[in-house]
Design a protein around this ligand. Structure first.
Ligand code: SAM
Length: 227
């Protein structure tokens, strides 16, 4: 059963507008290096199905398909979905699946519509989730509902491969900054075992001011196993 979406029309409107106006700074022009470096350790069988929530037009989906996976993304914006296939020179088929339009080319499928309206029947059996800038794209008050919806959609033995980027607080100790983030613990610890696979600290210039000290960003790779 779908549950009623906690989002406001305004949330949808902002994302749809972003794509229409091509304000998509979050889009990465290359495959995420942490994906290609740490994904193989999951040792998934070729042909296994990977779910990519809030997928945008991410090139990571292409890389996952090249590893032999069946990739199923979900994305609100038809502009993003259309751009994804067009920019790759792919010619997808389209068909209506409930409230969604399913775009498909080979191993790549994207359901265009609202993640919060998805059901297990729309997706079929799924064991693995790839999340880059999906959870963290949502307002904080909606993230708990995102995790609950994810749990409804995937199998009881699913694994989530989660990438996050956090700004380390100016006064954070290295031990704090290198640990499992409190919000990730709060959101996932009741349903998942959380393993922090990798942390990289990167010092980035403060875009607001050249005279301020660099900001420390923590790039983290999590492996979350449903229990
Ligand atoms: C920050 S972007 C990240 C996209 C992609 N994961 C990436 O790594 O490039 C978040 C995406 O989520 C989409 N989105 C936002 N709310 C959504 C929803 N309720 N259902 C499906 N997609 C949604 C937006 O249109 C946007 O493309």
């Amino acid at each position: 059963m779908p549950f009623s979406s906690p989002r406001t029309d305004q949330d949808d409107h902002l994302w749809l507008e972003c794509w229409r106006e091509q304000r998509t700074d979050f889009h990465q022009p290359v495959v995420n290096p942490l994906l290609s470096r740490f994904w193989p350790a999951l040792e998934l069988a070729r042909g296994s199905r990977v779910f990519v929530p809030l997928c945008g037009k991410s090139l990571d989906m292409l890389w996952l398909a090249q590893q032999g996976h069946e990739v199923i993304g979900v994305e609100l914006s038809p502009v993003a979905v259309s751009d994804f296939f067009r920019e790759r020179g792919l010619q997808p088929t389209q068909k209506q699946v409930g409230d969604f339009t399913l775009w498909r080319a080979g191993k790549l499928s994207i359901l265009c519509g609202d993640f919060f309206a998805l059901t297990r029947d729309d997706l079929g059996e799924l064991d693995t989730v790839y999340d880059r800038a999906a959870l963290t794209a949502l307002p904080e008050n909606i993230r708990e509902l995102y995790v609950a919806q994810l749990q409804r959609l995937v199998s009881k033995t699913a694994t989530v491969f989660l990438l996050t980027v956090e700004d380390a607080a100016a006064d954070a100790t290295t031990a704090q900054a290198n640990g499992i983030d409190d919000e990730i613990k709060a959101l996932y610890s009741t349903g998942f075992d959380i393993e922090l696979t990798f942390v990289e600290s990167v010092f980035e210039a403060d875009p607001e001011s050249a005279s301020l000290p660099d900001i420390r960003a923590e790039y983290k790779v999590y492996r979350l196993s449903c229990r």
